[in-house]
Design a protein around this ligand. Structure first.
Ligand SMILES: NC(=O)c1ccc[n+]([C@@H]2O[C@H](COP(=O)([O-])OP(=O)(O)OC[C@H]3O[C@@H](n4cnc5c(N)ncnc54)[C@H](O)[C@@H]3O)[C@@H](O)[C@H]2O)c1
Length: 249
């Protein structure tokens, strides 16, 4: 790989690992995150090992900001060949307790953010007849999740959107796939829990997974990198589960 990648949510977790892997593979990486300091840390890690990276503060829910950053990336690094939407938030509440703000915030980050980034990068990919996008769903979107209905619905929207864009852009050589993780050991998974609580939840959750463990970030980022590369040249519109076998479709 020796092009330009744009990764959202790249300040932490799966996004950070994906950005580092793409940097090691030779891409110039645009590291975007709402947490500017975290984005800078990831970019520094890539540059520190001889790679090329630039950090961007970005709220993917803000359409104008996404358009601005996408333009800056092209000016700073060159045309975007690969994009990965990993920015994400999680919330738990029963349906009757979900506020309008919770609902619209969840939709704005996951469905909206994915849409904003795709809208910004796809025209360049179509023009060059080359490009790959990976969007992120969740096991919750595929099997449903009590207590996180707004998150599950937002991730299901990402899947329908991605399949539709994949069909729309396939004639132009642009591929769009979805990675659908089960639980992954990132700050996202443990948010709001103490160390002991987190260990207990990890153990309980692992029991529901045929392969017997929650994923490490590298086990998801490796699949994302594969989907972006020429090894996946004949794959588009796919939802690839990386969940230890929790969903078998
Ligand atoms: N960790 C899991 O168990 C798990 C499971 C299934 C799906 N996912 C999905 O994988 C993706 C990555 O999750 P992760 O586990 O690496 O989480 P993480 O919390 O480690 O990283 C998410 C990053 O997104 C950033 N972010 C949040 N809102 C943003 C916004 N509006 N604009 C830009 N950046 C924003 C955060 O600052 C953070 O750096 C998310 O879409 C998440 O929904 C995670």
């Amino acid at each position: 790989m020796a092009g330009v990648s744009l990764i959202t949510g790249a300040g932490s977790g799966i996004g950070r690992q994906t950005a580092i892997s793409l940097g090691q593979a030779g891409d110039a990486v645009a590291v975007a995150d709402i947490d500017e300091a975290a984005a800078r840390k990831t970019a520094d890690a890539i540059v520190g090992t001889g790679g090329i990276a630039a950090a961007y503060a970005l709220d993917v829910a803000d359409p104008a900001a996404v358009a601005d950053v996408a333009g800056a990336v092209v000016r700073d690094l060159g045309p975007v060949e690969r994009a990965v939407n990993l920015a994400g938030i999680l919330g738990f509440a029963d349906v009757e307790d979900i506020t309008d703000e919770d609902w619209s915030g969840m939709m704005a980050v996951h469905a909206g953010g994915t849409f904003h980034v795709c809208r910004a990068v796809l025209p360049g990919m179509v023009e060059r007849r080359r490009g790959a996008v990976v969007n992120t769903a969740s096991v919750f979107a595929l099997r449903g999740q009590a207590g996180a209905t707004h998150y599950a619905a937002a991730k299901a929207a990402v899947i329908a959107f991605s399949k539709s864009v994949a069909r729309e852009k396939a004639p132009f050589g642009v591929r769009v796939n979805v990675v659908s993780p089960g639980p992954v050991d990132t700050p996202f998974f443990g948010r709001g829990m103490s160390g002991d609580e987190l260990d207990a939840v990890r153990r309980e959750r692992a029991k529901t997974i045929p392969l017997g463990a929650i994923a490490r970030t590298g086990q998801v980022s490796s699949v994302i990198v594969f989907l972006l590369g020429d090894g996946a040249a004949h794959m588009t519109g796919q939802v690839v589960s990386v969940d230890g076998g929790e969903t078998m479709r």
